[in-house]
Write a protein that binds this ligand. Structure first.
Ligand SMILES: [Zn+2]
Length: 262
């Protein structure tokens, strides 16, 4: 099969489109004929290499996949050859103390499709059956492949760790990016009042923050909790002093972050 592979770390020039052996569906796995995948920053991090993290090479990255089940391995039930599916790229065991407590992202054997095993920049990808999700005919392969990793990340930050609640005010930074786009939709679904910030007007206008259904969004002006949301203050809102002033709950600061005011 054809796949995008890199055998050494570096820039985009290390990516090779070449023939590689086809994977098989092992016990508990299914083989998906990939119709669409997506591009995430983790692909770039892995290609460049990250300090302290050893990436087995050669590597096929790509954490999101949507396609058709081509083969079903032993000990798999509930799925059929020919079914349209996507995947949850985070693989947790479901049995350790963290999984039992609902924190699958902290699983002692946590792995990611496209990082700890080969990913979906390929015609075929083999994945554990328990991460496979059927998709309805009304959802295109492209739409199905665009959602998983960004929503997985945003859900972990906002719901699992941030514990957002209806009626709360949520400021989402990086609102034009994938994780920010997902975070806005999760916050709206939860019933939060959403404030969104992005580094440029163009990014903000392309995000769900600009949709008419948005309950509230601002680029500049006062925000409850004594912080101010403009392009400079949005970054400053992540400073320890600003967090303290705003009584932030479990703030997670960084490029793809959200902060919540109460
Ligand atoms: Zn686990």
């Amino acid at each position: 099969m054809k796949a995008v592979v890199f055998e050494k770390h570096g820039g985009p020039e290390v990516l090779e489109y070449e023939d590689v052996p086809e994977p098989n569906a092992g016990p508990g796995e299914v083989l998906i004929q990939v119709k669409a995948t997506s591009i995430n920053h983790i692909d770039i991090f892995l290609r460049r290499g990250m300090p302290g993290i050893k990436v087995p090479l050669p590597k096929i990255v790509g954490s999101d996949a949507a396609g058709i089940i081509r083969e079903i391995g032993p000990d798999v039930s509930g799925l059929e050859v020919g079914q349209r599916v996507t995947i949850n790229p985070g693989i947790s065991c479901g049995r350790c103390e963290f999984c039992a407590a609902g924190f699958g992202g902290q699983c002692t054997s946590y792995a990611m499709v496209g990082e700890n095993r080969d990913g979906a920049y390929a015609e075929l990808v083999a994945v554990p059956a328990h991460i496979v999700l059927p998709i309805p005919d009304s959802v295109s392969f492209e739409e199905a492949a665009a959602a998983p990793l960004v929503f997985l990340t945003a859900w972990s930050m906002m719901v699992t760790k941030g514990n957002i609640r209806p009626g709360e005010d949520v400021l989402i930074l990086g609102a034009g990016a994938g994780v920010g786009t997902a975070a806005i939709q999760i916050a709206k679904m939860t019933g939060c009042r959403v404030f969104a910030a992005a580094s440029t007007d163009e990014k903000l206008e392309s995000s769900p923050a600009s949709a008419a259904s948005m309950s509230s969004w601002i680029i500049s002006g006062p925000i409850p909790g004594s912080a101010v949301c403009d392009r400079r203050a949005a970054a400053a809102a992540c400073s320890p002093a600003a967090q303290q002033r705003a009584s932030l709950r479990r703030p997670i600061c960084g490029r793809f972050s959200f902060v919540k005011f109460r």
